[in-house]
Ligand binder design. Structure first.
Ligand code: NZQ
Ligand code: ZN
Length: 384
């Protein structure tokens, strides 16, 4: 097992009817900004519910954080935080609203150039953020219990992380996710699945707990994925999806193991260029990446084939082929297309995607940092 530090201060309140905790978690005299997306949280009555619990606190709202939240939108919210002297933010939404809120919380108190920080200048580290909590409405990203976020700016998506942007608390009520369109639930299953594989399908370091927890999450997602899409109000299935998604990216399964975020980094370019949903980009890239990187990942791919898909006989290369086919078939069983061509992308557009990766510094990806733009090109071609 590799050395690791682990820190996660987010309090989780899981289950139905948990809005009352907002009153205990947010200081009595706080000036509160509620952040939300395009309106689903308002239509579903969550804003009114939160306001009722916030009682006499001064409450402001910022509506309109878009999917794949944009820097300019978030900077407007940061300005509101400054001008209204907000001292607590409550994010009600999916990964985009929670990520966006993390950036707002940092940018509002940041004295340097927030854009330069976002675009990855490692010397620029914020040293504080406005505290915030979240009500999660879309199980997928794990943003409700981690300190990372992704913000879109110009032609790119940029990831950031700060020890000051863990939510103080997150409410995980599976019933508030019942209104999600089927495609968003499917995206969420895939996102949680791929977060897990990115911390699992690397090379062995004898991290048995992390491996077995990762395998537990993958099995759970395979067991409940289709059911939770077809039966949105099946509480048990949805509760298992919510907790799987949180556990997939709260740091626990990633502690002490190599990590390979190449599927995400290539996927981000597909969202930035073609507007393909985050989860869908992952379903496109992962099967092809597993194929192209089968030598680097051989031992873990064989473990994955055996422990996840019960494939333990036959020549090794064939076992890996079958495990990749099973993975693709699982994503497709959720209604997610796994080929770039099915999203209208043509082979002629691949060089431009590779150039974008280069422009954004994504030239040495993977657990071994040797996944070059040339290999990204191969992966994209294999995903057509
Ligand atoms: O904007 P509203 O009206 O709320 O509608 C949203 C949005 O259109 C809708 N929605 C959310 N909850 C709903 C609902 N509709 C009905 N009922 C509900 N209960 O769903 C749509 C998509 O929402 P979004 O937040 O964009 O989806 P998701 O949670 O998948 O977040 C995607 C973003 O998270 C980033 C992605 O890059 C992307 O920008 N990620 C963040 C990560 C992190 N912080 O650790 C890791 C991930 O890998 C990912 O990169
Ligand atoms: Zn993701």
């Amino acid at each position: 097992m590799l050395n690791f530090n682990f820190y996660n201060p987010t309090r989780i309140f899981f289950g139905t009817n948990r809005f009352d905790v907002i009153d205990r978690q947010i200081p009595a005299g706080a000036r509160v900004l509620i952040t939300l997306g395009g309106g689903s949280a308002r239509r579903n009555g969550l804003i009114d519910k939160a306001k009722a619990v916030l009682g006499s606190r001064a409450v402001f709202e910022f509506e309109g954080i878009e999917p794949n939240p944009r820097f300019e939108t978030l900077m407007r919210a940061a300005e509101l935080v400054r001008s209204e002297k907000i001292d607590f933010i409550l994010a009600i939404g999916g990964g985009s609203v929670i990520d966006g809120t993390k950036f707002i919380a940092l940018a509002a108190l940041y004295e340097g150039d927030a854009l330069e920080f976002l675009r990855g200048n490692p010397k620029l580290k914020p040293s504080k953020a406005v505290p915030f909590g979240s009500v999660l409405t879309l199980p997928a990203t794990g943003s409700e219990m981690n300190s990372g976020g992704v913000v879109s700016q110009g032609d790119g998506k940029f990831a950031f992380r700060s020890e000051y942007t863990f939510p103080v608390f997150s409410i995980l009520d599976p019933t508030v996710t019942y209104t999600l369109p089927a495609i968003q639930v499917a995206n969420g299953v895939v996102d949680a699945f791929v977060h897990t594989t990115e911390q699992y399908l690397t090379y062995p370091v004898d991290a048995r707990i992390q491996d077995r927890m990762a395998e537990g999450i993958l099995h759970t997602l395979i067991e409940i994925g289709k059911t939770t899409i077809e039966e949105p109000e099946n509480y048990d299935a949805r509760a298992n999806l919510v907790w799987s998604a949180t556990m997939a990216l709260n740091g626990i399964i990633g502690a002490g193991v190599p990590q390979d975020w190449a599927t995400h980094m290539i996927g981000h370019e597909l969202t930035a260029r073609f507007g393909i949903d985050h989860g869908q980009t992952l379903a496109i890239v992962l099967p092809s990446l597993m194929n192209v990187r089968r030598n680097q990942k051989k031992a873990k791919l064989l473990q994955y084939a055996e422990r996840i898909w019960n494939i333990s006989s036959g020549p090794e290369e064939e076992r890996i082929d079958r495990a990749i086919e099973k993975t693709r078939a699982f994503f497709e069983s959720l209604g997610i297309k796994t080929r770039l061509s099915e999203y209208g992308v043509t082979p002629g557009q691949i060089p431009a995607i590779v150039d974008q990766l280069k422009d954004h510094g994504m030239t040495a990806l993977s657990e071994t940092r040797d996944l070059s733009p040339e290999i990204s090109r191969e992966i994209l071609e294999g995903a057509m």
